[in-house]
Ligand binder design. Structure first.
Ligand code: DX5
Ligand code: ZN
Length: 234
């Protein structure tokens, strides 16, 4: 599937719930991936942290590449790393379908976004809570996915930052209709509807899935909550 076909599919199947694998049980990674597939997740979100751009270290392209063949779900890499230009090809080779870099790591991301697009990957651009949307504005027509961080990047399990709602609304009015609007951090049953109402259609969820006993119920209840409040129904 090409990147534009995948973008079309994700937009058509929205709300998309993208489990954040940062919160999974790594001792049983294969099983966790199977459980997400059984739960009906379309995408797995892989949080890559380098201990430099963010004060935490997670995993990299090698791990993603090793598990790529275990599932046909799309792989969404969220690179919270400095100098992503040095590593981007490793994530393309690992089989990621969308790769998101941070505007704070690359103030002029045009060349990377172009390279991702030419490599058949959905180019993503992430914005941390303190960063104004004016920083990404010049690149919005090059990004197939824009990710609003609704917590400080670096850790799962944090509380949703309420001011993200206004930011999502503002971003929604700035992007082309087919750009995926992703929200990441603190998304749970009590926050997802409001972000959907503001215009998000792609929801990265860690704790609110992996802290639950039944992943399937968690994924479908989150999707139902988001569906009840999509931007078009408000
Ligand atoms: C934070 C990551 C998130 C995070 C989500 O830096 O980008 O994907 O793991 O986890 P929750 O849903 O627990 O906030
Ligand atoms: Zn993430």
């Amino acid at each position: 599937m090409t990147n534009s076909e995948l973008k079309y599919k994700l937009n058509s199947n929205s709300p998309v719930i993208a489990p954040s694998m940062l919160k999974c049980d790594f001792g049983n990674l294969h099983r966790e991936i199977e459980l997400m597939e059984d739960a009906g997740a379309q995408v797995l979100h892989w949080d890559v942290m380098d201990g430099h751009f963010v004060p935490n270290l997670s995993y990299g392209a090698m791990l993603i590449e090793r598990v790529r063949s275990l599932t046909s779900m799309a792989f969404d890499a969220h690179l919270m790393i400095s100098h992503p230009e040095k590593y981007i090809d490793d994530y393309i080779k690992a089989g990621c379908n969308s790769i998101t870099i941070h505007i704070e790591a690359v103030p002029d991301p045009g060349d990377i976004l172009k390279h991702l697009n030419q490599s058949g990957v959905i180019p993503g651009l992430a914005v941390s809570p303190e960063t104004p949307l004016s920083a990404v504005e010049p690149y919005l027509d090059q990004a197939g996915l824009v990710l609003i961080m609704s917590v400080e990047p670096g850790f799962g399990g944090q509380s949703f930052i309420e001011s993200s709602i206004e930011k999502i609304k503002q971003l929604k009015s700035m992007i082309p209709a087919d750009t995926i609007l992703s929200v990441d951090g603190g998304i749970a049953m009590d926050t997802i509807a409001e972000t959907a109402g503001a215009g998000a259609n792609y929801f990265v969820v860690g704790s609110a899935i992996f802290d639950q006993a039944d992943y399937s119920t968690a994924v479908s209840e989150l999707a139902a909550k988001a569906r009840s409040k999509t931007a078009s129904s408000t």
